[in-house]
Write a protein that binds this ligand. Structure first.
Ligand code: HAM
Length: 433
C-alpha cells in the first residue's frame, strides 16, 4: 500500500524550497534591521504550558492540540504556536535578569488539528517576534511596524492592517458581563457560540458564522469599555502608527482566540486569500510571563504564517523568474576524461560557481539536451583533441555562441561573461544572503 503524507501536511519539494529559502532570508534580514535575536525552542512542550498560556477554554487547547503521553507517562504537546514556548524559555533562562527590553524572533513548524482547507494546515510554519519588558505603546507600534515593513520589503501590496484593543482584565470584565446579559437569551447562536457565552462571551465576536454575525452586529464595541489607561494606550499606539505612516483600520470586532491577550490586538489580512485570509496575528500579553512562573513582565508580539505568505507572494507574482538553474553544466565526451571533468567541475565550484558536473558520459547531443533541461547558462565541453591542447569549449546556451578556452582560464572566462550579462547568481536567485 502506498503511504502518503498525513492529512493537513505537505512536502516542500525542491522548486518550492527555493522560495522558502528566499523568504526565510528576507525575514531574517528585516528582523536584523530591527534588532530581534533568534530563539529556537523545542517542537514539543509540557501540555500544561499551553493549557495555562493559551487558556483552557480556547479552541486551540480544547480541540486542536496534538497531545500524547511519552513512555514516561508525561503529557506532551506539539507546539500549536510560538509565544508560550518563547515566554517559557524567557522565564526558564531568566532572560529578564539583564533588565531592559528583550527582543526575540523565531521561525518553525507549528501543529494544530484543524480541518484542512486552502491556507489552513495541520503542520504549518510561523515566524514571529516577541518583545518583552515594556508596557510602552511604542513597543506595540514597533511590532506592528516590523510586520508591515517586512511585507513591504517583500513587495506585497493590498494588505490590510486591523487593530483593536481588548483592554485589561478589569475593563474586559464589565464588557463580558454586558455581552452575556445581551446575548444569553439568543438561542439561535451556533453551538460553539453558546459554549463561548458561558466561558468567554467576547469570543463570540470572532465567530465566522453569518447568522451569529448578524445576531451580534449591534453589540457595543469593546473599545467603548476601555478604562482611561487602556484608552490612552490605544490612542498612543495609533498615533505612533499614524506618525510612522503605517496604514491601519480600527476594527472593534477583532478579539483573537488566545486568553493571554491584553490591550492591543492586530491582524494583517490579504482579502484575496478567501476564508483563511490572516497572514499575521498578534497582540500584547501583559500577564503571560507571570502566568508561566516569571516576574510581572509585559510583552507584545506577532506571528505570521509562511504558507499564507507564500500564497500571497504567488498571487502577486513575486516569484516570477525564480530558478535553481546552475550557471555551468559539464559535458564530457570521452570516458577517459571523466576524472578530469570531475576535477575541473570541483575547481569551478570552489571558485563560487554553481556547477552540474557530468556524472554519466553520453553523446554530446544527450548531454546538451540535459544541460538545456537544467537551464544551465553555460556548458563546458571536454573533448579529447581540445583537452590534449590544454583547452575546453564553453558554449553559451542562450545564443549557442561557443569559445575555445584555455582550461586554466575557464573559470575567469565564465565569470567575466556572467558579470557582463549582469545575470550573476545573486540577482538570479532573488538576492538571498
Ligand atoms: P495566530 O493568529 O493563531 O497567532 O497565528 C498567526 C498566523 O499563523 C495566522 O495569521 C496565520 O497566518 C498562521 N496560521 C495559524 N494557523 C494556521 C494553520 N492552521 N495553517 C496555516 N497557517 C496558520 C498566534 O499563533 C500567536 N502566537 C501570535 C502572537 C505572537 N501573539 C503574540 N505574539
Amino acid at each position: 500500500m502506498k503511504i502518503s503524507a498525513p492529512r493537513g501536511t505537505f512536502d516542500i519539494l525542491p522548486e518550492e524550497a527555493l522560495r522558502w529559502r528566499w523568504l526565510e532570508a528576507a525575514i531574517r534580514r528585516v528582523f536584523d534591521y530591527y534588532g530581534y535575536q533568534e530563539i529556537r525552542t523545542p517542537v514539543f512542550e509540557h501540555t500544561e504550558l499551553f493549557q495555562r498560556g493559551i487558556g483552557e477554554t480556547t479552541d486551540i487547547v480544547e480541540k486542536e492540540m496534538y497531545t500524547f503521553n511519552d513512555k514516561g507517562g508525561r503529557s506532551l504537546t506539539l507546539r500549536p504556536e510560538g509565544t508560550a514556548p518563547v515566554v517559557r524559555s524567557y522565564v526558564e533562562h531568566k532572560l529578564y535578569s539583564k533588565g531592559g527590553i528583550t527582543k526575540l524572533f523565531y521561525m518553525g513548524p507549528m501543529f494544530r488539528q484543524e480541518r484542512p482547507q486552502a491556507g489552513r494546515f495541520r503542520q504549518f510554519h510561523q515566524f514571529g517576534v516577541e518583545l518583552l519588558g515594556t508596557e510602552s505603546p511604542l513597543a506595540d507600534a514597533e511590532v506592528i511596524t516590523v510586520a508591515v515593513e517586512l511585507y513591504k520589503e517583500l513587495g506585497l501590496t493590498d494588505l490590510e492592517v486591523l487593530v483593536n484593543s481588548i483592554g485589561c482584565p478589569a475593563c474586559r470584565k464589565k464588557y463580558q458581563e454586558d455581552l452575556f446579559s445581551r446575548l444569553s437569551s439568543l438561542q439561535e447562536l451556533c453551538e460553539s457560540c453558546l459554549r463561548r457565552l458561558e466561558k468567554n462571551p467576547m469570543r463570540i465576536l470572532d465567530c465566522k458564522n453569518p447568522r451569529c454575525r448578524e445576531l451580534t452586529k449591534d453589540v457595543p464595541a469593546v473599545t467603548d469599555y476601555l478604562c482611561p489607561a487602556c484608552r490612552d494606550h490605544l490612542e498612543k499606539t495609533l498615533s505612533f502608527l499614524d506618525k510612522a505612516g503605517i496604514d491601519y483600520r480600527l476594527e472593534p470586532r477583532l478579539v483573537r482566540g488566545f486568553d493571554y491577550y491584553t490591550r492591543t490586538v492586530f491582524e494583517v489580512i490579504n482579502a484575496g486569500l478567501g476564508a483563511q485570509n490572516a497572514v499575521c496575528g498578534g497582540g500584547r500579553y501583559d500577564h503571560l510571563v507571570e502566568e508561566i512562573g516569571g516576574p510581572p513582565m509585559p510583552g507584545v508580539g506577532f506571528a505570521s504564517g509562511m504558507e499564507r505568505l507564500i500564497l500571497t507572494l504567488e498571487q502577486q507574482g513575486k516569484f516570477a523568474g525564480f530558478s535553481s538553474a546552475p550557471q555551468v553544466a559539464f559535458a564530457v565526451l570521452d570516458e577517459t576524461l571523466a576524472a578530469d571533468g570531475f576535477a575541473l567541475a570541483t575547481r569551478l565550484r570552489r571558485e563560487g560557481l554553481t556547477v552540474e558536473a557530468c556524472l554519466e558520459v553520453k553523446s554530446l547531443k544527450a548531454q546538451m539536451r540535459a544541460a538545456g533541461k537544467l537551464q544551465a547558462k553555460f556548458v563546458v565541453i571536454l573533448g579529447e583533441d581540445e583537452w590534449k591542447d590544454g583547452q575546453v569549449s564553453v558554449r553559451r546556451m542562450a545564443d549557442g555562441e561557443q569559445w575555445r578556452v584555455d582550461r586554466e582560464e575557464v573559470c575567469r572566462f565564465i565569470k567575466d561573461l556572467l558579470d557582463r550579462d549582469s545575470s550573476g547568481r545573486e540577482q538570479e536567485r532573488g538576492s538571498f544572503s
